[in-house]
Design a protein around this ligand. Structure first.
Ligand code: URA
Length: 238
């Protein structure tokens, strides 16, 4: 990796600042002043210091994206824009989305290059809860809510596992058409198919949480923020 990229990746400075820091002799690589900011270093073996303090390389990066509608949850696609298009200026390599949201679904998507974490989060036996805000074509009856909570037949070998439904804080209707659904499985189009199973149709779907991670309300659609893994890797479910 180029030294300036390394310094940007470690949140030490911007690329142009890196050039000045190196020119002024404040950046050492293995104890010797770096000759220029575009030299190649081995991020796993070389020791980089700035003003005598070691600049530590983060092997993995974690981002929370508020996915907009119209982009696909894939690393590349021949026809469509992907969620990784938002990360083109990030210096870290090999990013991918942890799981998928449909093209028309918005909301929280974790983007990382930590394959082991993704594997843990997506493993069916880990039962990581995902919460969705759902708007529906028709209102749901209390019988529908009961069915959705205990498990419905979506045309697979087994019904869906028990889910949780919560009503928005400002909801006073007995038969709402906007609600929160939490599930801890990840079957294909699961939320949409669950509502189809009770004769309804999802018109808007937004993921608001994923395990311990809650969508930051300040993030607009298409915006993302870097996550500190210490903030959300604190228990085994995540
Ligand atoms: N369930 C769906 O139907 N779609 C999504 O994008 C996520 C969950």
């Amino acid at each position: 990796m180029r030294l300036d990229k390394y310094l940007v990746h470690t949140n030490t400075c911007t690329r142009s600042e890196a050039r000045n820091l190196v020119r002024s002799g404040r950046v050492l690589v293995n104890g010797a002043p770096a000759a220029s900011s575009d030299i190649k270093i081995n991020e796993n073996a070389d020791m980089v210091t700035l003003d005598g303090k070691q600049v530590l390389y983060e092997q993995y990066s974690y981002f929370m994206l508020n996915k907009p509608a119209g982009v696909v949850s894939a690393c590349e696609d021949r026809r469509e824009n992907t969620v990784l298009d938002f990360f083109k200026n990030e210096p870290c390599k090999d990013l991918f989305p942890v799981g998928r949201l449909d093209k028309d679904t918005v909301g929280l998507l974790l983007i990382t290059n930590d394959g082991a974490l993704a594997h843990r989060l997506l493993a069916p036996n880990k039962h990581v809860w995902k919460k969705y805000y759902v708007e529906l074509e028709r209102s749901v009856s209390s019988e529908d809510i009961e069915k959705l909570c205990s498990g419905v037949d979506i045309g697979e070998d087994t019904p869906t596992l028990p889910a949780k439904i919560e009503l928005p804080a400002d909801c006073s209707e007995k038969n709402p058409s906007k609600l929160y659904l939490s599930i801890h499985e990840g079957r294909f189009h699961q939320v949409k198919r669950m509502f189809e199973a009770v004769g309804n149709k999802v018109t808007y779907l937004k993921r608001v949480s994923f395990g311990q991670l809650e969508l930051d309300p300040d993030l607009k659609e298409g915006e993302y923020k870097k996550l500190d893994p210490n903030d959300f890797l604190t228990n085994t479910a995540m």
